[in-house]
Design a protein around this ligand. Sequence first.
Ligand code: AMP
Length: 280
Amino acid sequence: MKVVKSPGALTEHILKLKRKGKRVGFVPTMGFLHEGHLSLIRRARKESDVVVVSIFVNPTQFGPKEDFKRYPRNAKRDLKMLAAEKVDFVFAPTVRGMYPGGLQKCVKPGPLADVLCGPKRPGHFRGVVTVVKRLFDIVQPDLAYFGQKDFQQARIIEEMIKRFHLPIQMKVCPIVREKNGLAMSSRNVYLSQDERIRAGVIPEALSLAKRLIRSKTISLKQVESKVVSFLKPRVDKLNYAKVVDAISLRHAIRRKGSVLVAIACFIGRTRLIDNILIRV
Ligand code: AMP
């Protein structure tokens, strides 16, 4: 496993391998790895010849009052885990290496960023697509792996790939959960024992939504109201709980195609997101 800091050096390694016909699979992360990340990496290992994992806590996707500085980091532990997964390259650039011209956010995320988490985290998706486009330029992957956990992010990147005609096949992998159903996240480390238990209401709300949608007895709008009423008294602050069309991320009116139930809320001071996709 090679750990590479310099974007130019990584591109050089990759181009050599691509000239030999190797398929490059790429998993972008912000580190502090858990089983969710590992599930993406294992899939990449199965489907590609060369696996590249990036570890980069991207400053441009954090708001001024968000947790960029205290975001959990543990490079030593991450590298050990990645070596055990037989990753070929770890790309761990510096902020200056990724943003040599300063912290501009030069790629626009498009209208999918105007809904769900977008209004709650102004500039977040602009930072995400900017860094992912730059990572794609450096890594030049054939396959890129993302988690359904960040469904909106995955949809926005999917549209960005289309918009720039990038020759990248995107794979969205299922959400890996803790025993109580809580979606794994590097930020779960912020939760106290009590908060971790209380956070179990989020997957419960998603199961409730699924049951209600499958029962076909009430409208999707009514399902949404029920989920909101269930969550509001049980979490510390509800950002949103929505039932939307899985393509447009806007309100699902017709019962057709895939419906996404998406939740963002605070447990204590920690903002958590989760979702479920339901085929209707
Ligand atoms: P992050 O390090 O949080 O930026 O996540 C890196 C990638 O891992 C993203 O594509 C996430 O969607 C994905 N991911 C994070 N948590 C999970 C999880 N619990 N299950 C599956 N994928 C995940």
